[in-house]
Design a protein around this ligand. Structure first.
Ligand SMILES: Cc1cc2nc3c(=O)[nH]c(=O)nc-3n(C[C@H](O)[C@H](O)[C@H](O)COP(=O)(O)OP(=O)(O)OC[C@H]3O[C@@H](n4cnc5c(N)ncnc54)[C@H](O)[C@@H]3O)c2cc1C
Length: 433
């Protein structure tokens, strides 16, 4: 396996090489008091911090490495209305919401987009935000799925924001014969996730949030006045929010076996100049309908950013560029032999039933994790829900917390092999479709 390079505490990637600001926050070396301490400086932690600070809470945000170090700063950058486990959610939430469940989930689908757009505007965050997305079909069976999504969108009044395309329609937008159709969705977006994350952190700091980097939380103390212990400090608070997704090992008694890492690899090509206009002239983000899918988009400097081939065993890839090159060249034959300038990988948190896990470990210690590869919009939605809950408005939190959370006995020992076997089964089923 190639060792991922790190510069100033950040994994080298296209994103870290094109950060538009590099604010450093101090390490905690003291005891402080606050209202809410948040563990984890990814989107869940940072978005919750902004929400809480906007409501007047005193907040401390503690990150073991650097803001955006985890999946939030290394992902595909696609902000889509796809909630990973929406079918399971519908089933589970029907128990609490009854007939309102469909509207609740439809609203949730797009809430993250609204939060991100208004936050980018409000705080002037430069993160290359663009609208336009294709969900593409690789074979006729996929088209059925897309047709029903299209009908659902029409029933909810999306009108011309979405359109259903055949192979020729896709060919007009992308220089490829790989797809037999797609849904074009102009509400979906893509962006530079690390710049969004550090931009939101800067906004949070501007609102008075105390941010600490290189500060790992080692223990959570429960009680009426909970606290977190770090290697060189302590934070006393009224509430603790655990937002470390798949990277934290805290509270294993209650959380072990609930979330598992799947490794995803991403590359970017050299800047493509004119060629970028030829392969993807409308700068659409794209992902396809397969269980293990390819996803890509253009960057602001006209590179193709391409990801795919998730590894559910939880192990890292040996050579990401070599693994993704055939998929790039199969999709865009014009890119044969293109230079790949950046490659990186990252773990994403997968939960078995794909329903984000929200809950309480004790009355004032909360957790929120597990978006199964669809976390940019979801983490912002959850940030709002967690801030509501901590403010005493528990309705949406309770709806999530009431969903069955599946725990795999023996945790890490069985979880990843189970996921890998599950994915193998779904891939096999898909080949037969
Ligand atoms: C390769 C890849 C591609 C993806 N592509 C997309 C995409 O295109 N669209 C999309 O919507 N989603 C995508 N995702 C998923 C999305 O990135 C994640 O769901 C989301 O970023 C999770 O955010 P988070 O804040 O919960 O976790 P993270 O961003 O992982 O942040 C958790 C943070 O907690 C910190 N932490 C952990 N333990 C401690 C501790 N003890 N003390 C202090 N800090 C701690 C970690 O250092 C880390 O920075 C992708 C994920 C991957 C890996």
């Amino acid at each position: 396996m190639k060792q991922q390079q790190t510069i100033a505490g950040r994994v080298t990637s296209y994103y870290s090489a094109t950060m538009n600001q590099s604010l450093d926050y101090p390490m905690l070396q003291d005891t402080i008091d606050t209202d809410v301490v948040i563990i984890g400086g990814g989107f869940t932690g940072v978005a919750s911090a902004v929400e809480l600070a906007e409501r007047g809470f005193r907040v401390a945000l503690v990150e073991a490495s650097r803001i955006g170090w985890g999946a939030s700063g290394r992902n595909g950058g696609q902000v889509t209305g796809s909630l990973s486990g929406d079918e399971a959610m519908r089933r589970e939430m029907r128990k609490t919401l009854g007939g309102e469940v469909d509207d609740f989930i439809w609203h949730l689908r797009w809430r993250g987009h609204e939060i991100i757009k208004s936050r980018v505007e409000k705080y002037g965050i430069q993160c290359d935000l663009r609208h336009g997305h294709l969900h593409a079909a690789c074979k006729p069976a996929h088209m059925k799925e897309l047709e029903s999504s299209y009908q659902e969108a029409q029933q909810h009044g999306m009108g011309e924001e979405v359109s259903l395309l055949d192979a020729a329609g896709v060919r007009e937008l992308l220089d490829t014969d790989f797809y037999c159709g797609a849904i074009r969705n102009n509400r979906n977006m893509h962006l530079h996730p690390l710049n969004l994350c550090v931009g939101e952190a800067k906004a949070a700091a501007g609102l008075g949030v105390q941010i600490f980097e290189q500060t790992r939380v080692e223990e959570i103390l429960h009680g009426e006045q909970p606290a977190v212990i770090t290697s060189q400090g302590r934070i006393n608070a009224r509430h603790v929010l655990l937002a470390g997704d798949v990277y934290h090992r805290l509270e294993q008694k209650k959380l072990k076996g609930m979330i598992f890492p799947a490794m995803g690899g991403i590359v970017t090509t050299e800047p493509l100049g004119e060629l970028a206009q030829q392969i993807n002239p409308h700068n659409l983000a794209v992902y396809d309908c397969r269980f293990v899918l390819d996803y890509y988009r253009m960057t602001a400097d006209q590179r193709l950013l391409f990801g795919g081939g998730c590894n559910y065993s939880g192990r890292d890839s040996r050579d990401i560029a070599a693994e993704l090159r055939p998929a790039i060249e199969r999709t865009f034959p014009r890119l044969k032999g293109v230079e790949i300038e950046f490659e990186w990988s990252c773990a994403m948190g997968i939960v078995i039933n794909r329903i984000p896990q929200l809950g309480r470990l004790s009355p004032n210690v909360w957790f929120c994790q597990g978006y199964s590869g669809h976390g940019i919009a979801s983490s912002h939605i959850m940030g709002e829900i967690m801030a509501d809950a901590i403010s005493g408005h528990l309705e949406q939190f309770d709806t999530f917390a009431a969903c069955k959370q599946i725990r795999v006995p023996l945790g890490g020992l069985l979880g990843n092999p189970m996921l890998a076997a599950g994915m193998w089964y779904y891939q096999l089923r898909e080949r037969l479709r």
